[in-house]
Design a protein around this ligand. Sequence first.
Ligand code: AMP
Length: 188
Amino acid sequence: MRNLVLFGPPGSGKGTQSAFLVKHYNLVHLSTGDVFRFNIKGGTELGKLAQSYMDKGELVPDEVTISMLEQEVEKRPDAIGFIFDGFPRTTAQAVALDKFLETRGVSIESMLALEVEVEELKKRLLARAETSGRVDDSNLDVIQNRIDVYNAETAPVANFYKTAGKFKSINGLGSKEDVTGRLVAAIG
Ligand code: AMP
């Protein structure tokens, strides 16, 4: 099984690149942000809970997110592998993911970290807001909070995969095709 973590700050291109990678490697794309948004649209209890955090650019609590992620993986027994996009976002989530995969006899192959500087991230998120309709993309204070939360809680997750020898840094600047090429070269 080929399980990849696509990592990086908001606006670094995780969603865009996942769309290509899932086709190329025949993997299942699992974006926790997408699952939350799907639940918000559907008006579920999970959606109501998640929305209060998402609108402010805060993280949804680990317990809720981990259990949702595990359920999503279990829905796809046919999968030959997953691209985890936007998960894990805390070290506790990374530890839980490792344990969960271990119970299934599989593991994370590598973490691919898209590196993009902060001014470019803000520019991309504001541009995305024009079409995404996402509340959290259109407000500069919320964008800043998402970047701050990323730096404080999510960036340290890279160390978890560095220690495991699974971390790969990818330059996220340039055209979509350039970045895809770098990812494919790194995945091998
Ligand atoms: P994204 O679509 O990845 O940009 O995520 C949008 C928002 O969903 C984040 O700002 C968080 O509020 C929430 N979210 C997504 N994934 C996670 C996660 N792994 N842990 C906690 N909150 C998350």
